[in-house]
Design a protein around this ligand. Sequence first.
Ligand SMILES: Cc1ncc(COP(=O)(O)O)c(C=O)c1O
Length: 450
Amino acid sequence: MTTASGEPLHEFGTKHITGGLSRLTEGIMVKGSGSYVTYEDGRTYLDFTTGIGVTNLGHCHPKVSSAAAAQCMNIVHSQCSIALHEPYARLIEKLLPIMPHPSLDSFFFWNSGTEAIEASIKMARLFTGRQNIICMQGAYHGRTYGAMAVTRSKTVYSQGAAPLMPGVYSIPFPFWHQQRVSPTTDAEKLAAESLYQLDLLFAQQSAPQDTAAIIIEPVLGEGGYVPAPPAFLHGLRKVCDKYGIMLIVDEVQSGFGRTGKFFAIEYSGVKADILVIAKGLANGFPLSGVISRKELTDKLMPGTMGGTYAGNAVACAAAVAVVDAFKAENVLDNAQARSLELFAFLNSLKGDPNLAPNILDIRGAGLMVGIEFASPAGVGGDYDPAKNPSSPKAMASRVTKKCQEKGMLLLTTSAFEVVRFIPPLNVSSEDLWKGCQIFEEAVRDVVREG
Ligand SMILES: Cc1ncc(COP(=O)(O)O)c(C=O)c1O
């Protein structure tokens, strides 16, 4: 592929695209079909990145693409402050029965996850008349200013860009790294420590009466693929009920079947006051949602929520087809079955005496699975519980690079040595096994090379 003047399109694009973007692969991706993507030069990869947890039904799912194409021939843009369009209302009709709690009955659709996070923070402040927001150390919520302020997974997202939104405080996510304890620490213990830190925060930094919201990912995503212990989520709910604080549950990455249930919060049964969704919702079409209680959202002045492209008709039509496909194709059942296979495989690697010293932790839920390797230096140097001087350097990025050479796209996550598996939820057992074999070869290569 070339430009009109004959320059290779990839070089031209790279030259003129902002340096602020990073990219996992070289070349131009031209096609996606199910669990595979193809590049201009003919390379085909098994895609276990799903565009960072988005194409949960695989690339170009025929029912989703057809629904979007059909909507394109009716109306593409019926701006949300001008008129309601049919897919907007139909999508609400589809989502209401699958909401993790029946109280979540008032919807606002936007485009991206970060926009929806902004809306959730704004709603929490308007609902409570308070300012402060408490987030988790290790959290990722997006790259706009409010979302950046509650993001604590890597400094790169906000480095040099201050001042961020004020009024934000944080406690450690109940994750062994965040508390500097052993990877085998009991989940209840981690939960108790984080809840204790929350009490300290209320006593020392942000009075409950000044606190509008606590925001949490039920499975920490960019912070390392760590499910929150149910005891912690219940503890947060109790505190929110006691003080009238909004619990914002960010299911942008963990939602839409990713963990084997429609929403990860279902594992604990904890009620969210505000639920944020995006990514898999429309399987690649830009769409996010903020869902709360009508009794609360009725208090918002008309005009406080909106946006030119918010709840686009084509994206909503695609999302309607997504929900239908989940049901018709038993996608959640497949995700759960494949999850068992994936965990069994990763645990078998950990059981291999040659690899075991380099594998610290295997964790996650459904098909949101992380494997953490040891590190010879550790982020925290001598204080780091992940430190193992005899482990190879930079294992996570080297393993994903080798996987790419062997035909599979796979991503790292977090400031630690973590590789994440986010295959399509309808991946076949054969393709999952193929991916596992590639991964095993890559890990063995890196360990051998040292
Ligand atoms: C948990 C979580 N929240 C919010 C976001 C931001 O979403 P977006 O990239 O669509 O702005 C992400 C993106 O990865 C995410 O994982």
